[in-house]
Design a protein around this ligand. Structure first.
Ligand SMILES: [Zn+2]
Length: 85
């Protein structure tokens, strides 16, 4: 038996990892644009395989997306692979 309050806590607990998941999966892996999955509504479990299309031409699924500002972070904090040319 679950009370209404317990049920709400369960819902919140189920949502929290999804929020973190989407925080890590919101930018195009090619150009860095922020994209939004059209289906962030119910209880989708990771990985989110909904299709996403970016205006740069990249197409993939939500699970392929990168965290916001991933390009910026990569440039400022981590050196780019120096053997890359
Ligand atoms: Zn893009």
């Amino acid at each position: 038996m679950t009370t209404e309050k317990e049920h709400q806590e369960m819902v919140e607990q189920a949502r929290r990892p999804m929020k973190e998941y989407y925080a890590q999966h919101k930018a195009c892996p090619k150009c860095g644009s922020l994209l939004h999955s059209s289906t962030y509504a119910g209880f989708v479990q990771p990985p989110d395989t909904n299709k996403v299309r970016c205006e740069c031409g990249w197409e993939g699924i939500t699970d392929d997306l990168k965290p916001e500002n991933w390009k910026h972070r990569m440039n400022s904090r981590y050196p780019v692979d120096e053997s890359d040319c």
